[in-house]
Design a protein around this ligand. Structure first.
Ligand code: NAD
Length: 338
């Protein structure tokens, strides 16, 4: 029997997770829920995904727009083995009682507070921790990128201290109401940004300080990373270690990829859906050692790096595969080949 997966919230993250679920041989998409009949609701219909109304009072709006519904979100949850909640920050917390009333385990996204859930999740960092949990949070795009980077460094060399400056995109391409415009904001001005404490939900003992900035860009985030390691490997050795990870893309020094724009072009040229880049993009040339201090730059595609993590979190929570098997299956079906 394949795992019946419902996706509540069919926006930036939800539509990508729904697509990824349909690629999994061990999963079936019960349907997706939307609040209103906009172009994304039409996309769900075009994709033949059963569409449910997230808010009961709005059922008529869908009928007025000529969109057939399969039912309400409550009916979708009742039919599912697990729900992926991909609603805007804070709405997941409001939906928690719906999932509890149906005894259906739920995955939430990084916009929710860590204390909403039993466990925060990253496949490379703590896959096993989600086993049998009822409420699991797939950490944010930035925390996912940092967890994937820090896990192998911690295992191989030990991490004495990580210091990361995150240059964050002001909004996603479709978020017309976001900024800043023509400005560069320390955000937050005080330390730490929320990312360091968030990494500690995956690695409780890891010493990490993070600073954040926001810039008028939409394509990707960029991290400037300094990690004091427990030993002094050569830069080449660290480069090889990071390159062996299955969700990293080591940007070749001679590729001409000099920023987020070129990375997106690269992904679109290779037929990636929506130009998505699920991997951490690490500039090979930036990987440098000064004594025991590692330095590097990585770019993170905020709209897509959490998508394979959601797929893995489904198996981790229901206990249907171990970390290696789940990651292998997800990578293979999604075509994670960079
Ligand atoms: P989004 O606004 O693009 O999509 C959210 C969708 O949920 C929209 O379609 C909206 O109509 C729908 N929705 C609103 N209220 C709802 C309700 N009560 N029930 C069902 N659906 C409802 O948001 P997003 O960017 O996909 O973010 C979703 C979550 O993922 C947030 O927690 C966010 O912090 C997190 N996240 C976002 C990004 C990113 O860069 N976009 C990256 C990682 C994690």
């Amino acid at each position: 029997m394949s795992i019946q997966v419902a996706v509540n919230g069919y926006g930036t993250i939800g539509k990508r997770v729904a697509d990824a679920v349909t690629l999994q041989p061990d999963m079936e998409l019960v349907g997706v829920a939307k609040t209103r009949p906009n172009h994304e609701a039409e996309l769900a219909v075009e994709n033949r995904y059963p569409l449910y109304a997230a808010i009961e009072d709005r059922v008529e709006l869908f009928a007025d727009a000529g969109i057939d519904l399969a039912g309400t979100a409550a009916e979708m949850v009742a039919a599912a083995d697990i729900v992926v909640d991909a609603t805007p920050s804070g709405i997941g917390a409001e939906n928690k009682s719906l999932y509890e009333s149906h005894d259906t385990p739920a995955l939430y996204q990084g916009g929710e507070d860590a204390d909403l859930v039993d466990v925060s999740f990253n496949a490379r960092g703590n896959f096993g921790a989600a086993a049998d949990a009822d409420h699991v949070r797939v950490v944010s795009c930035n925390t996912t990128g940092l967890s994937r980077l820090l896990a192998p460094l911690q295992e191989e060399y030990g991490v004495e201290k990580a210091r990361v400056t995150l240059v964050r995109r002001g909004g996603d391409p479709s978020q017309t109401d976001r900024g800043p415009i023509n400005d560069i904001l320390p955000n937050p001005v005080g330390l730490p940004s929320h990312h360091g404490p968030d990494v500690n939900t995956i690695f409780p003992e890891l010493s990490i300080d993070t600073l954040g900035l926001k810039v008028p860009a939409t394509l990707m985030h960029t991290h400037s990373v300094n990690v004091t390691l427990g030993s002094t490997p050569a830069a080449e050795e660290v480069r090889d270690l990071l390159g062996e990870q299955s969700r990293t893309f080591m940007i070749p020094a001679d590729s001409g990829i000099d920023g987020a724009g070129a990375l997106k072009e690269f992904a679109m040229d290779r037929g990636r859906p929506r130009g998505d880049i699920w991997e951490n993009c690490i500039w090979s040339k930036s990987v440098s050692m000064e004594g025991s201090d590692l330095y590097l730059f990585q770019a993170i595609h905020q709209e897509s790096d959490v998508v394979p993590e959601n797929v893995d979190a489904i198996r981790a929570t229901l206990g249907t595969a171990d970390a290696a098997e789940s990651i292998r299956r997800t990578n293979e079906t999604m075509g994670m080949d960079l």
